[in-house]
Design a protein around this ligand. Structure first.
Ligand code: P6P
Length: 338
């Protein structure tokens, strides 16, 4: 019996639902709404996961033939993911307003008694789906500022990242993982599709203090700011590896485990950087700081940036503390008058 117990009868572990319930006391104003909101996100991710896994079998890959607010070619699965998350979050009733990469304006969900705001990139890296590369969903959650029972306003959704109450991502990769924080550490859950459950697989995730991986699109190297080129040059001389999947969630997730730095500087093509503050940079900055890392735009902590536009972009350097500090140091040196 012992052998069977050692191998076949291992406990399945803690489900996401049970983990959320056990840690509800951590959540500010713990009256269950944030717990329910996290469950709603997990539910939507299970539906999107199923549709991504079938992408090659049903006519859901490729482009819609229209552009999103970013001027990017909208993929069918971008629209599918946006609808699935927006519908699940709206039906859940806890969120009064949503910002989505796929919508020009703030979405008023009609849940005016909802206490929360959500910003999301429903499917980041979606152009990679046709070639079976990992993609992800990124979400960021705030408490509303306007009185409960009234319609949400712009001030509710334009809050700086340090005011987030939760943030996370779902990585649809070789396995599907949901990684999130509520400000009490970072926790990773792996999806068991045969049971339709997320199970706690990585508790209190911490990024190594340094690393030997840098992630950037080296084709833009010649237009990177000098401080960034200096950091990359130094890492190359130290024997670092360049690893860039072109799917932010996947690059971020690898560096979280192995140590490293993801860089998307301002470039000639994206003079303010490419990644969006509200639903890419802020949530990942919250996560990385909770995991012991740092996130900056070169001169400012990402979480301190006061947003002025729903879809504003900013340069992003995020990852191991020692590596991000190198970028900050090089920018400080560049500021020193000759
Ligand atoms: P580039 C995907 O479109 C994305 O938003 C991120 O997932 C990824 O890190 C980045 O853009 C890739 O951009 O300019 O290197 O192709």
């Amino acid at each position: 019996m012992t052998n069977i117990k050692d191998s076949l009868l291992l406990p399945m572990g803690t489900t996401l639902d049970r983990f959320i319930m056990r840690n509800q006391a951590h959540f500010p104003f713990a009256t269950g709404e944030l717990s329910q909101l996290l469950r709603d996100i997990a539910l939507a991710s299970k539906i999107v996961n199923r549709e991504i896994n079938r992408a090659g079998l049903i006519n859901i890959s490729g482009s819609v033939g229209s552009m999103n607010v970013q001027g990017e070619d909208q993929q069918k699965l971008d629209v599918v993911a946006d609808v699935r998350f927006t519908r699940a979050i709206t039906n859940g009733g806890e969120v009064c307003a949503i910002i989505s990469e796929e919508h020009d304006d703030m979405i008023d969900t009609g849940n005016h008694k909802g206490k929360y705001i959500m910003a999301m990139d429903p499917l980041d890296g979606s152009s990679n789906i046709d070639v079976n590369v990992a993609v992800g969903t990124i979400f960021s959650i705030y408490r509303r500022l306007s009185p409960i029972g009234t319609p949400p306003d712009l001030a509710d959704v334009l809050q700086k990242g340090s005011r987030q109450v939760a943030a996370g991502y779902i990585l649809y990769g070789s396995s599907t993982m949901l990684v999130y924080t509520t400000g009490h550490g970072v926790f990773g859950f792996t999806y068991e599709p045969s049971l339709g459950e997320y199970y706690l697989s990585h508790a209190n995730m911490r990024i190594p203090a340094t690393g030997s991986i840098y992630s950037c699109n080296e084709a833009n190297m010649h237009t990177f700011p000098e401080p960034v080129r200096q950091v990359i040059d130094n890492m190359r001389h130290e024997g670092a590896s360049s690893r860039y999947i072109g799917s932010f969630v996947a690059d971020f997730h690898r560096n979280l485990f192995k140590g490293g730095i993801f860089m998307y500087p301002e470039t000639a093509k994206s003079p303010k950087g490419k990644l969006r503050l509200m639903y890419e940079c802020n949530p990942m900055a919250f996560l990385i700081e909770q995991a012991g890392g740092l996130a900056t735009d070169g001169t400012r902590r990402i979480l301190d940036i006061e947003p002025t536009n729903l879809h504003q972009r900013c340069p992003l350097y995020v990852g191991s503390k020692e590596l991000v500090e190198r970028v900050v140091k090089q920018y400080e040196l560049a500021q020193v008058p000759a």
